[in-house]
Design a protein around this ligand. Structure first.
Ligand code: CP3
Length: 356
């Protein structure tokens, strides 16, 4: 007899009514490109800001499964996107490892403590148990799967080890990440050790997200663009590959390396279904480099959403034709900017959906 859901705490598998995203990722036939937006949950919607205003701050929202679930589903209801992405942040991993983050209004993330020496490494949690240290994300995923009731797939995510390493070393945002890059040269043993801990924690975390109900996972390497081809090959590729190999047997994996146009030939070798492209990358050139075996995701310039609806339609159609109809997931080339008009986002979404 099947265990009652309240005992194993897993969502019942409800068949998806819209599985375009998963079919596109797996390279199966699709009527049209599915569409969602990076950073669609939060920021742009007044409905998000209303929920956010009821809470103490961003972290309270992230750590409250009912509220996190509500703002995860808002873009599905309001914008009509073909996927939901769980409302959380990549910075929950450093926190679970023992390095709490703060989010300072209009400034961004801040870490009161940083990791820069072997001594600092010893203060980190030896083993992250996602069911204990990140239970609020997993609960939010389980609740969201229940609330979505199969309308669209739910995307889980984490940051790539390099991007998380950047924040843990620097303690805040940076333009060129000179300090974390310096660490790769000056303290390679330390860098490898920290990157390994982040990788292990991230694998366990993504696997737990899938067990909780995530249908696809995306790895955000937001700061890939500051690494040369050589450094990326040495420090990142083996770890990204480990992550892909650990997750790909469970769900389709997407790797998005922002600023990583120069890295595409090596990213093409990863055991993932989808590669995300930023808006500086020409989809036709990327397809030639990557071949036919992967799905490409992207890549409208997010600033185009500031233009007129007519221009948005024209540019979206141009983008679609550059990707072609096979193995494409429509998205922006990076996260949607916080101050764009949600009506303009709808124009983007509807243009893709009418293009069948
Ligand atoms: O995609 C989604 O809508 C899901 C939620 C999500 C958030 N952060 C919520 C958030 C996701 C996928 C992220 C990922 C993330 N977080 C990345 C990778 C993607 C990227 O943009 O490159 C990075 C680098 C971060 C780190 C981070 N978190 C920054 C730099 C900031 C402050 C500036 C900003 O982006 O708003 C955050 C805070 C944050 N994370 C907010 C949201 C909705 C803003 C908080 C608020 O204003 O309420």
């Amino acid at each position: 007899m099947e265990a009652p859901t309240h005992l194993n705490n897993q969502p019942k598998a409800v068949p998806l009514q819209n599985d375009l995203l998963l079919r596109a990722a797996r390279g199966e036939s699709i009527e049209r490109s599915p569409v969602w937006l990076m950073r669609q949950a939060g920021r742009i919607l007044p409905e998000y800001r209303a929920v956010r205003a009821q809470m103490g701050g961003f972290k309270d929202l992230v750590e409250s499964p009912p509220h996190a679930s509500e703002v995860t589903i808002q873009p599905v209801d309001i914008l009509g996107v073909d996927a939901a992405i769980i409302f959380s942040d990549i910075l929950v991993i450093p926190e679970a490892m023992g390095l709490p983050y703060e989010l300072v209004e209009k400034v961004g993330p801040r870490f009161p403590e940083v990791v820069r020496t072997h001594q600092d490494l010893k203060r980190l949690r030896a083993e992250v148990n996602p069911e204990v240290h990140l239970s609020y994300v997993l609960d939010a995923i389980r609740l969201t799967k229940r609330n979505l009731a199969g309308r669209v797939p739910l995307i889980g995510f984490c940051g790539a080890p390099w991007t998380i390493f950047c924040y843990m070393v620097e303690g805040k945002g940076s333009k060129d990440w000179a300090l974390p890059r310096r660490m790769l040269w000056e303290q390679p043993t330390f860098a490898h050790a920290l990157l390994d801990s982040i990788t292990e924690a991230s694998i366990g975390y993504l696997q737990a997200q899938v067990r909780a109900g995530a249908d696809l996972v995306q790895i955000f390497d937001s700061w890939a663009g500051v690494l040369s081809d050589d450094l990326y090959r040495e420090f990142m590729m083996p770890r990204l590959q480990r992550m892909c190999e650990a997750l790909s047997p469970m769900v389709p994996v997407t790797v998005f390396a922002k600023g990583g146009g120069h890295l595409l030939p090596q990213l093409a070798d990863l055991d993932c279904r989808t590669l995300g492209l930023d808006w500086q990358t020409d989809p036709r050139k990327a397809r030639l480099l990557i071949g036919e075996e992967k799905t490409l995701q992207g890549n409208l310039d997010p600033s185009i959403l500031y233009s007129s609806p007519d221009t948005i339609r024209k540019k979206t159609r141009e983008m679609l034709s550059n990707f072609g109809t096979r193995r494409h997931i429509a998205n922006l080339g990076h996260g949607v900017y916080p101050d764009v008009n949600p009506e303009h986002v709808k124009v983007f979404v509807e243009t893709v959906q009418k293009s069948a």
